[in-house]
Design a protein around this ligand. Structure first.
Ligand SMILES: CC(C)(COP(=O)(O)OP(=O)(O)OC[C@H]1O[C@@H](n2cnc3c(N)ncnc32)[C@H](O)[C@@H]1OP(=O)(O)O)[C@@H](O)C(=O)NCCC(=O)NCCS
Length: 179
């Protein structure tokens, strides 16, 4: 039973038996989208990451009828937390990604002793930048030629939100998660 309940979508922690769904999506060029690196990954490799990950977690983005429409995750990056997210193509542009990002920010600041959440995105990825800005993230600058994808080195746009900029949850009610 999920405890991260939003208005349009819920976030459900991915378990080991969910890895085949992640594999199917991660190896699908339409799902990955035009801006993200596209690396084929085996179930074996996903299981190794799952078993040894420790400092990050992936959640399915689920519609209210339980349909899984994508995933969002958080992972440790130095002394702060990074997030990443993707939705299936047919479900983009309906507000699900924006709500998932806002919920994840609420969750991280409500339940983790951190002062900063960050996200890196392709500078031309307008939808990703928009959902970050709507959730209160600010553009810090561009990290030049920082990842290799589809035959070229690309810049990434670095976004972040600090705890003092977040101030209070926008979607998750305080204390709704069982201790
Ligand atoms: C990025 C992504 C998760 C966003 O989720 P989503 O459900 O489509 O986003 P939402 O519907 O909540 O909001 C999208 C917003 O971006 C806007 N938008 C869409 N395309 C845009 C573009 N090319 N330029 C600028 N804004 C754009 C929409 O108008 C909307 O803003 P609004 O609410 O003010 O109208 C989703 O598009 C996706 O999975 N993309 C492919 C994978 C990916 O790029 N992941 C991010 C990696 S950093």
């Amino acid at each position: 039973m999920t405890l991260l309940k939003g208005k349009k979508v819920d976030l459900e922690l991915a378990e080991k038996n969910d890895l085949p769904t992640i594999k199917q999506w991660a190896n699908d060029v339409e799902f990955v989208g035009e801006f993200e690196p596209f690396d084929q990954i085996s179930l074996d490799e996903l299981e190794k990451q799952h078993d040894g990950r420790g400092e990050g977690q992936w959640y399915f983005v689920e519609k209210k009828d339980g349909t899984k429409v994508g995933y969002i995750g958080h992972f440790k990056s130095k002394d702060c937390v990074g997030i990443g997210y993707m939705l299936v193509k047919a479900e983009r542009g309906k507000g699900y990604g924006g709500e998932a990002v806002q919920m994840m920010v609420d969750y991280l600041f409500l339940h983790k002793n951190i002062v900063r959440v960050q996200a890196e995105t392709h500078p031309d990825n307008g939808a990703s930048q928009r959902v970050l800005e709507k959730a209160g993230f600010k553009l810090e600058g561009h990290i030049r030629k920082s990842f290799f994808s589809r035959g070229v080195y690309r810049d990434t746009a670095m976004y972040s939100i600090l705890r003092e900029e977040w101030k209070e949850p926008k979607i998750l009610p305080i204390g709704h998660i069982r201790k």
